[in-house]
Design a binder for this molecule. Structure first.
Ligand SMILES: Nc1nc2c(c(=O)[nH]1)N(C=O)[C@@H](CNc1ccc(C(=O)N[C@@H](CCC(=O)O)C(=O)O)cc1)CN2
Ligand SMILES: Nc1nc2c(ncn2[C@@H]2O[C@H](COP(=O)(O)OP(=O)(O)OP(=O)(O)O)[C@@H](O)[C@H]2O)c(=O)[nH]1
Ligand SMILES: [Mg+2]
Length: 457
């Protein structure tokens, strides 16, 4: 058996060409057994990196196909190992036969993500960069692509490194203090105040790192958005206006919408998963009541609530009951029907729920302002992917344990405990951050990450 792995790196589908990748110390030796260069006659094992040859791909002396061989020399390859890429015609069967020939020549079948794992082991990629590679492959729009690109280029990695350096600066000072305590109490106090300040800065940086997770989550999965308000406020009209289709029934009869009507809409880079709900009111109607209950449940689960008020009428008890339900939620109050004379108490609404947006769902007035408000409220306009952000739950969990440890360190310093306690907590934070960047991630964690890759990546 030769010291190299091999797999088909292109999709299992017919196409123009397919690629079989071989990576490891013996990659060129194995390639030489199946690939016969046509001209100039040359020794594959002596080919320079970044050179290609045209020739026949063979199995046991029989020609399978003609193809192109591309050579990378360690460490200058994706994996950091010697790499040979054989490109053949893109039929599923012929590609499988070429792989078989390569395996017969001694290569070992690669596991899912094993090429990228080699890259990780060889220091070509950090763990968070490798995670970015999966996101890049899965990216379905420009925004996701540029976020994944930032990750594969090490944006998060650098942000974590910077945090670690800040922490190390404090822990090393504390370590010196433990060995050589300051002579005077004054100096001691000055040093402690200094550590407290630096720890606070670290704390703020971790907090803002954790806040980036929600933006990424919103980009990937969209925002669960509930449109709520009293009957006839114009919820269904707004829903139809946002999606551009007449999906929700609109009438001037109160209680028109009962079942939740769902649709999605792309607002710039954000996807809203809209739910148009029944209007809130006291009613004897059994069916409508169930609708109202469902609306209340949605208020509980929605990430964003568009609370629609009829601006042409005075606020009713139902409006006030709704406002009660919305406290503590992420809400954009919307005063609808701006094409009619204004009668609703906007100041009251803003006082309860924050800055309102005035629109006319009927005419489309205020649509831009609403889009801006949604973007602002969801923090998406604040996401600077190039500055590094948390892209998945594993990363978030590591960052949360680092945050908890830094909080404990801060409280220890603030509460007047001896600095060695804070020092230990900061060490704990550091080890969570190392796990995040992959410096100390366990084999198990790494395996779990790579199991999300496809074979051949
Ligand atoms: N044919 C082919 N195309 C591919 C890949 C591949 O493996 N093969 N990749 C696989 O995902 C991506 C490109 N990834 C690569 C990453 C590094 C190197 C490389 O040769 N790195 C050298 C040189 C770096 C430099 O010049 O700065 C190195 O790291 O030393 C090559 C491909 C996308 N396209
Ligand atoms: N003038 C004016 N009328 C509007 C506007 N938006 C909605 N309406 C009207 O208000 C009435 C109720 O609209 P809907 O969208 O069905 O209201 P809803 O909030 O979904 O009502 P329910 O489903 O009963 O809870 C309809 O006659 C709409 O045409 C607006 O911006 N201006
Ligand atoms: Mg409706």
């Amino acid at each position: 058996m030769a010291d190299c792995i091999a797999a088909i790196s292109t999709p299992m589908a017919s196409g123009g060409v397919s690629m079989i990748r071989i990576s490891g110390a013996d990659a060129l030796k194995v390639a030489a057994k199946v690939f016969i260069p046509k001209y100039p006659v040359r020794d594959i094992e002596k080919m320079d990196g970044y050179t290609a040859a045209y020739g026949d791909i063979t199995a046991d002396g029989t020609k399978l196909d003609d193809g192109v061989l591309l050579i990378f020399r360690a460490p200058h390859s994706y994996t950091g190992e010697n790499t040979a890429e054989i490109t053949c015609h893109g039929g599923i069967h012929v590609t499988k036969r070429v792989l078989q020939a390569v395996l017969s020549a001694g290569a070992v079948m690669a596991q899912a993500g094993e090429f990228t794992k080699q890259a990780l082991v060889n220091g070509k990629l950090s763990l968070t960069e490798a995670e970015g590679v999966i996101d890049l492959i899965n990216a379905g729009n420009d925004q996701l692509l540029s976020c994944a690109r930032a990750q594969t280029d090490g944006a998060l990695y650098r942000r974590i490194e910077a945090l670690c350096e800040e922490i190390i600066a404090i822990t090393s000072e504390i370590a010196v203090w433990i060995d050589y305590p300051d002579e005077s109490e004054d100096e001691d106090e000055i040093a402690k105040a200094d550590w407290l300040r630096s720890t606070l800065a670290v704390k703020e940086n971790i907090d803002s790192l954790i806040a980036t997770y929600d933006c990424g989550e919103i980009l990937r999965n969209g925002i669960a958005t509930a449109i709520v308000g009293k009957p006839n406020a114009g919820k269904s009209t707004l829903m139809n206006r946002l999606t551009g289709v007449q999906k929700s029934i609109v009438t001037d009869i109160e209680g028109t919408t009962r079942d939740i009507v769902e649709d999605t809409v792309q607002l710039g880079d954000i996807m809203l998963k809209l739910a148009d709900c029944a209007g809130i009111r006291e009613t004897e109607d059994t069916v409508e009541n169930i609708g109202v209950q469902r609306m209340i449940e949605r208020i509980g689960t929605a990430q964003l609530i568009l609370a629609v008020f009829d601006g042409s009428r005075e606020l009713s008890d139902d409006d006030k009951r709704l406002i009660e339900l919305l406290h503590g939620k992420t809400v954009i109050p919307i005063i609808n029907k701006s094409d009619l004379e204004a009668r609703a108490d906007t100041a009251f609404i803003e006082n309860e729920l924050g800055k309102a947006v005035i629109i006319s769902a009927k005419t489309g007035g205020g649509a831009d302002e609403l889009e801006q408000a949604i973007k602002q409220r969801c923090g998406i306009s604040n996401l600077d992917a190039g500055a590094g952000f948390l892209a998945n739950e594993r990363q978030r969990q590591c960052a949360l344990s680092a945050q908890a440890a830094v909080d404990r360190a801060y409280n220890a310093l603030h509460g007047g405990m001896t600095a060695d306690v804070a020092g230990l907590e900061l060490e704990a934070a550091l080890s969570s951050l190392y796990e995040l960047s992959g410096k100390t991630a366990s084999e198990e964690v790494i395996d779990r990450i790579f199991s999300r890759f496809c074979v051949g990546k």
